[in-house]
Ligand binder design. Structure first.
Ligand SMILES: Nc1ncnc2c1ncn2[C@@H]1O[C@H](COP(=O)(O)OP(=O)(O)OP(=O)(O)O)[C@@H](O)[C@H]1O
Ligand SMILES: [Mg+2]
Length: 310
């Protein structure tokens, strides 16, 4: 495992000029995301401090770290919600195609093929499950609101196709029995899956999930793990923020660990779970506890430092 402290070689040596496409990764390496040296500040608070992250195409990559580590800020930089003061993000929806994302608006990034769910669920509560997914699909369709208002034939056809696709996606996330229920009436775990269906409606090549298991029960977590694997098996790369290490261990090929806005480790789930810097970040070494003791304790724990995380 490589430890990625600021100043380490993981920060790409060359900085591409603004907006210029650049082949991400080393020759022969197929990356869907190559984020380089992202720094994001809010007044005196530094949310991201030279963060670099590389994700292989098709990979399920987890981002973990204590509360306030900068995980959601990273997603916000990847989706255009926040603009970092420094750094570049190269996104490659297909091999041979690369876009630099910093400076683009969120809807443009959605169109390029990145979708997300939110840490605090953001559905349209009064709309049905079907309508919520249709919203995602319509973000992708090329006909604007004037066509919709005029009820033009091509728009009606697109709408019919959209309904079919929405039903398909609801079936994929296990919500076919909820199609006509308003989203606010769904149990919490189902609302999280509905958000995933809506995100999939935009036809992403990369799906960002911000704590999809938060507030769900063990059975729902198992279903979620299966769903994430199904999504990846369909060729969609998944970037997953998650505190539940059991879920991370079961689905992620590799894990990036953030702490105080910096990448402190990057490796397989098993590697990061026994990394002393990671254990220290979660558990601290207070009360005279040695790092080795903390490592042992955390290695046994299903979730790193749960006391800090729930
Ligand atoms: N819009 C904002 N304005 C000011 N500070 C912000 C803003 N967004 C994030 N921050 C700060 O950036 C830091 C990182 O926050 P972020 O939400 O990215 O952490 P996180 O790792 O997602 O934490 P959690 O596990 O609690 O969700 C925090 O100190 C937070 O207060
Ligand atoms: Mg967060």
């Amino acid at each position: 495992m490589s430890r990625h402290r600021r100043g380490d070689a993981v920060v790409a040596p060359r900085q591409a000029p603004t907006g210029a496409p650049s082949a991400p990764g080393a020759p022969g390496e197929d990356l869907v995301v190559d984020a380089r040296d992202l720094t994001l500040r809010f007044g005196g608070v530094t949310s991201l401090d030279g963060v670099s992250l590389r994700q292989r195409r098709g990979e399920i990559l987890a981002v973990i770290g204590p509360n306030g580590a900068g995980k959601t800020s990273l997603f916000n930089c990847l989706t255009g919600a926040y603009r970092p003061q420094h750094g570049r993000v190269f996104f490659s929806p297909e091999p041979g195609t690369t876009h630099q994302l910093v400076g683009r608006r969120p809807h443009a990034i959605t169109k390029l093929g990145i979708a997300r769910t939110f840490q605090n669920i953001r559905l349209f509560p009064a709309l049905s499950a079907l309508e919520n997914v249709q919203v995602g699909i319509e973000m992708r369709q090329r006909y604007g609101s004037l066509s919709t208002m005029l009820g033009l034939p091509h728009m009606r056809r697109a709408e019919r196709e959209g309904v079919g696709r929405a039903v398909e996606l609801l079936r994929m996330v296990g919500l076919e029995h909820r199609i006509h229920e308003v989203s606010a009436s769904l149990p919490y775990g189902e609302q999280r899956r509905l958000e995933i269906a809506r995100a999939l409606g935009t036809e992403p090549r990369l799906l960002l999930l911000d704590e999809p298991a938060a507030g769900t029960n063990p059975a729902e977590k198992r279903e979620l793990a299966e769903l994430i694997q199904t999504i990846a098996a369909n060729g969609i790369s998944v970037l997953l923020i998650e505190h539940d290490m059991r879920l991370v261990m079961s689905v992620a090929a590799s894990v990036v660990v953030l702490n105080f806005g910096r990448v402190i480790a990057h490796g397989t789930p098993a590697e990061v779970q026994r990394d002393p810097a990671v254990i220290e970040a979660y558990l601290g070494t207070e009360n005279g506890e040695s790092t080795a003791d903390a490592a042992g304790a955390a290695a046994d724990a299903p979730a790193l430092g749960r006391k800090d995380l729930d």
